[in-house]
Design a protein around this ligand. Sequence first.
Ligand code: MN
Length: 248
Amino acid sequence: MKTHHSHEAPSHRVGRGTQGSTGVARRTSAPSSRTASPGKAERKTAGEPALLTLPPLPYGEDALVPVISARTIGFHYGKHQKTYVDTLNELIGGTDFAGQPLEAIIEATARKADKAAIFNNAAQAWNHTFYWHCLTPIGGGEPEGALGEQLGSAFGGFDKFKKEFAETAVAQFGSGWAWLVAQGGRLKVIKTSNAETPFVDGQTPLLAIDVWEHAYYLDYQNRRVDYVNALIDKLLNWEFAAENFANV
Ligand code: MN
């Protein structure tokens, strides 16, 4: 996997598609977004800002079975995340945000009540791309190296970290996310509501768990705890977390 800046999800502008991506992944949102906002037609054909795109999944839709079904990934990625990207393109079309990097849009709209719709869709687009990379069919286990040592000292052992991560994810009331973040050289587990994302607060995300019901309800119904524990035990991508940690 390529190295990313720690606060950057893989690009929303250029699909990398190096691993088994789906047909859905290669589609861009361009046609529907253009035709959906005919009233904002001042944009020139040449030099028009590029639309943000839905990056490819880093694996096939069935790669995370049996922990997460292909049906869940199909809806979650192909419908939910795609809608965030499409809606964002419609919202920013013809504005100063058009053509800006996703991270810049998120930073500029965080906690601004009149920009909440842009923030929510932009942050959800970012959070989901980050989340897909936090999972891998060969995941789970325990990290080695500097991250493993830091987890041990920050939480009193890897098992205690896992327990705190799972409890935090289960405790998030309603929709949101659980995160392992680094801030000021310290590792912390936090939760955020709805689309909120830690990097706007100077926290570097290392790992994320989506606890919106759409992430698990088809497979686990109300048993969020079972989804969270299975994900932590079998899917967490510690190689990705270590790359993020190395860039702090
Ligand atoms: Mn989600």
